[in-house]
Structures are given as C-alpha cells and as structure tokens.
Design a protein around this ligand. Structure first.
Ligand SMILES: [Zn+2]
Ligand SMILES: [Zn+2]
Length: 139
C-alpha cells in the first residue's frame, strides 16, 4: 500500500511540466519520462499503466508482452528452477499481476507468462518448503 502511494506521488511530480525537457515526437513540453526507455513524453503522447508513464512505442510493446512485473516474475520463476529461493517471490508477483489484469489495470498480453510464472512459483515454493522441512527434521 505504501509503495503504491509512493508511486502515485512520483507521477504527480513528473506531471509538472518541465521547462527543459521536450517531447521527442511533437516538441511539446514534456509531462513525464517513460519508465521503460526514459524518453520524454508530452500530455498527448503519455500513456499510463499502473500509474507508470510510458511512451507510445513502449506502451505498444508492453501491451503485447505484458508489464515489466510479468517479465520479472517469469525471470525469478526460471531462476527458481535452479535455486528454488526466488520461487515464492515469482509466485507473489505473478499473483499480483493476475489480480491487476482482472481489474483491468495490467496488460492482458502478459497473462500466459504470468500463469507460467505462477505455476512454476507454486512448484518451487512447495519444493522449498519440503527442503526446509527436511532440513529441520534431519538436524
Ligand atoms: Zn519508452
Ligand atoms: Zn508528444
């Protein structure tokens, strides 16, 4: 909750027009910087997902691939196959993303990846718990 509030504040600060920064497409005063590529966007070009500003190019890419949270979840789930430890984090991120999609706050393009990350995360969390239980019983 505190994290979401912090993000909101950050966007509000960004939306104050800057004198120096100009939109790369139309040359209008920029209201935000894209959270993916860092390019400046004006009020006409800015796209906002989960209150994170993005430029039109990155927006199109995210729409197709899902938001960065999906890719983080999938990356952690893949790492979890080797070490198990990131599994619970992947599971948590994937569940959060799927919930956000249900509310229409995240890109549905990432649903397949989010489900994969959730399933891997579940298996890895179970494996981690079993390993911990075995360790506790064994010692
Ligand atoms: Zn961008
Ligand atoms: Zn613009």
């Amino acid at each position: 909750m505190a994290e979401a509030a912090a993000e909101r504040m950050e966007v509000e600060t960004l939306q104050t027009p800057r004198e120096a920064a100009r939109c790369a497409r139309e040359g209008n005063a920029s209201v935000a910087a894209c959270t993916r590529c860092g390019s400046f966007v004006c009020a006409t070009c800015v796209r906002v997902s989960l209150e994170r500003p993005a430029c039109p190019a990155c927006w199109a890419r995210m729409k197709q691939q899902g938001s960065p949270r999906v890719r983080t979840a999938l990356l952690l789930a893949t790492l979890g196959l080797v070490t198990f430890v990131p599994g619970p984090i992947a599971l948590w991120l994937a569940l959060a993303e799927l919930r956000a999609m249900k509310r229409g706050e995240a890109f549905p393009g990432g649903e397949e990846d989010a489900r994969l990350a959730r399933n891997l995360g579940l298996v890895e969390t179970a494996a981690l718990l079993l390993a911990l239980a075995g360790f506790t019983l064994g010692s």
